[in-house]
Design a protein around this ligand. Structure first.
Ligand code: PMP
Length: 366
């Protein structure tokens, strides 16, 4: 069998997504009893209590299919933002929304602009559809919107803008984003991935949905319940964009993409303001504590608008990650993101942060 002949040629240059390491790996490899997982930007406070209650209530009813259009969820989000439910699409995680955007919009050879240092799923989804990937340069570790503008051609179809960006944690200022949006032609879609928006400073962060509502129909905003809402394991994310784009995505949507249990967990989480506030506060304090330790150790980092911090260790990121795992702390090496000496750590509970800091001190004072 000639696999090259059989394969979708778009897959030729795709490297599979590698997620954060799991606790089992640390347990098995280093016989650590209680490793702490700070590698995937999950919520260390657990699942929102309201989500848990709603999800548990649905378990006995899981013999029937979920409502396929995720209507209640779309209506809930439409209500929050004063938009039509037809402009909202829910996915099995935000990842699924990114895939549907690529599948719904890209033809062979369409150009997609992606910053050099960002979340890898945009590239995977767009390559799958045989897009031509155009990388935009960074200004240090910051996404350079001027460079993106310079790379626009009449073949550009999509721009992937992750704000705050993963893996750096940096958020572009509201004014810069607004200025950028105004320079992009209306027939180019800007995918604004705001997976971590809840952790950013609301006074400086762009109000993208308001911009969309005011008529910027080439904005497609992506959000997730995996981070601040604590539902990573339930898999719920959503997108907000022009109803005609949502309609295209719905043509190919998996019929029952979000389980009945996850739908109800999400409905509960969206009402749990107290949990979100607690999460944001825990993250803010944790970031400060970790910054302080990094300052003591003389390690540089990117000021974060998210629940994770990118730290330049000055050593091989994979090796530092391994040394931390040996001490029961699982972080993410940022080497395969293109920052070879960096690690990315998720802000944890105070106890988890202390374990991270202690382990780091041990490694860097040796
Ligand atoms: N966008 C960004 C920037 C992310 O970091 C992630 C999760 N790692 C996602 C989207 C996908 O989130 P999910 O599929 O869990 O909703």
């Amino acid at each position: 069998m000639d696999i090259d002949r059989l394969m979708n040629s778009g897959l030729r240059d795709i490297k599979p997504y590698v997620g954060g390491k799991h606790r089992e790996e640390a347990k098995e490899k280093y016989r650590i009893e209680e490793p702490v997982k700070m590698s995937s930007n999950e919520n260390p406070l657990g699942v929102s209590p309201r989500a848990l209650e709603e999800a548990q209530g649905m378990l006995p009813g899981a013999n029937v299919y979920p409502e396929g259009s995720n209507r209640l969820l779309r209506e809930a989000i439409a209500g929050v933002h004063d938009i039509s439910p037809e402009t909202v699409m829910f996915g099995n995680g935000a990842d699924e929304i990114i895939y549907y955007l690529a599948m719904g919009l890209i033809n062979d050879g369409d150009e997609v602009i992606i910053p050099r240092l960002t979340f890898p799923i945009y590239e995977i989804a767009c390559r799958m559809m045989r897009a031509a990937i155009v990388y935009s340069g960074m200004r240090g570790l910051i996404v350079d919107t001027d460079d993106i503008s310079k790379r626009l051609t009449d073949k550009t179809k999509l721009i992937a803008l992750c704000n705050p960006n993963n893996p750096t944690g940096h958020a572009l200022h509201r004014d810069d984003v607004y200025r950028f949006i105004d320079t992009v032609p209306r027939n180019v879609l800007i995918i604004m991935d705001e997976a971590y928006a809840e952790f950013a400073d609301p006074d400086l962060f762009p109000e993208s949905v308001a911009k969309f509502r005011e008529g910027h129909d080439n904005l497609f905003i992506i959000k997730t319940l995996s981070k601040a809402y604590g539902l990573a394991g339930f898999r719920v994310g959503y997108g907000i964009g022009d109803a005609r784009i949502v309609e295209l995505m719905n043509r190919i949507k998996l019929p029952f993409n979000i389980s009945i249990v996850s739908q109800h967990a999400a409905l509960g989480a969206l009402q749990d303001d107290a949990f979100i506030q607690r999460t944001i506060e825990n993250t803010r304090k944790g970031r400060e504590e970790i910054y302080e330790a990094l300052g003591r150790l003389g390690l540089s980092y990117v000021e974060s608008s998210t629940n994770f911090i990118l730290i330049d260790t000055g050593r091989d990121g994979d090796l530092v990650t391994e040394e931390l795992m040996r001490r029961g702390v699982i972080v993410r090496s940022a080497k395969n993101y293109g920052t070879p000496t960096s690690i990315r750590v998720t802000v944890g509970t105070p106890e988890q942060n202390h374990r991270f800091i202690e382990a780091l001190e041990e490694i860097f004072s040796a």
